[in-house]
Design a protein. Structure first.
Length: 154
């Protein structure tokens, strides 16, 4: 799906290409472009349905590398219902949880959801380090992990 100014050049190019083509040939060409077989024939119903991205945006955050963190919300649905997850990329850290809240302060990044809270502060190497974690080993925080290569070092 193309939106806004990205869609216009494609639409104009296709119109220009098809100007000299008879209507019957256009219809035949359109049928050729439609897939006649499923893209993933072995997949069961719902197996290719992944989470839907609701939004992703940078949030100004003075304590984070490059002065911002990225926040995205996805929604995954199955037969039992839908679940919204918030993912935060702060420096080399990726944290994902339902109802995750981000608070950026001048000297730290605070992430919290439900019963747990994580405070990230700038470390000596320029990346973010965990300076506070409450409770010490929250079960729901299993998705928090530092990335292999910190984003600020690329």
């Amino acid at each position: 799906m193309l939106c806004g100014w990205l869609a216009a050049p494609v639409a104009l190019a296709e119109t220009a290409m098809l100007d000299g083509v008879p209507r019957e040939a256009r219809a035949a060409r359109g049928a050729e472009l439609l897939p006649s077989e499923p893209m993933f024939p072995d997949a069961g119903p719902g197996e290719v349905d992944g989470p839907v991205l609701r939004y992703a945006e940078p949030v100004s955050c003075p304590a984070a590398p490059e002065g911002r963190v990225w926040v995205a919300e996805t929604q995954a649905c199955d037969d039992a219902g839908c679940e919204s997850l918030t993912t935060v990329w702060a420096g080399s850290w990726t944290v994902e949880d339902a109802g995750l809240e981000v608070r950026c302060e001048t000297d730290r990044v605070v992430l919290a959801a439900g019963e747990w809270r994580m405070v990230l502060t700038p470390g000596a190497g320029g990346g973010l380090e965990v300076s506070e974690l409450t409770p010490p080993e929250p079960e729901s925080l299993s998705a928090a992990r530092p990335s292999e290569t910190p984003a600020s070092e690329d």
